[in-house]
Design a protein around this ligand. Structure first.
Ligand code: IDP
Ligand code: MG
Length: 153
């Protein structure tokens, strides 16, 4: 297995997506693309966890509303692994503002407002590793899949 195929990203279905019953649909899209699901958990995130997760946005006017949104119900947090996980993950989510998201992306297919945009995905390999450690800790186990021999050249 090439090291590039081991790239990981942190993806989350936000509380609006969980309430709307989109967890299975969103996980399915990543499974169908060929990514391996490494971890999967329904989380009620604390203010502390979210403040760390979104620390780059602490000064923004929408920050208190963002935390309230992210605590309005459970978040379905998961980790994908595979070639291009971060970049492809972001592309599959679509632009932050669903009004600008390309058709076929998750946000374009399931959202209309930036403050209810259904899902999160890490924006760099560094953020992904930071977010995975924050939401899941350091000890996620990997596993082998026979299907990887069919997915990768
Ligand atoms: P991203 O989720 O696409 O990486 P970020 O700029 O990191 O976008 O913002 C994090 C989250 O904060 C967004 O997904 C969205 O839920 C929320 N957010 C960003 N900008 C706004 C805004 O202008 N109004 C309300 N919520 C916003
Ligand atoms: Mg972001």
């Amino acid at each position: 297995m090439s090291a590039a195929n081991l790239e990981r990203s942190f993806i989350a279905v936000k509380p609006d997506g969980v309430e709307r019953g989109l967890v299975g649909e969103i996980v399915r899209r990543f499974e169908n693309r060929g990514f391996k699901i490494l971890a999967l958990q329904l989380v009620h995130p604390t203010t502390e966890l979210l403040s760390e997760h979104y620390k780059d946005l602490a000064g923004k006017s929408f920050f208190p509303g963002l935390l309230a949104y992210m605590q309005s119900g459970p978040v379905a947090a998961f980790v994908i692994q595979g070639k291009g996980a971060v970049k492809i993950g972001r592309a599959m989510l679509g632009a932050t503002n669903p009004q600008d998201s390309a058709p076929g992306t998750i946000r374009a297919d399931y959202a209309l407002d930036i403050g209810k945009n259904v899902c999160h995905g890490s924006d760099s390999v560094e953020s992904a590793e930071r977010e995975i450690a924050l939401w899941f800790g350091e000890n996620i186990k990997s596993y082998t899949r026979a299907v990887d021999a069919v997915i990768y050249e």
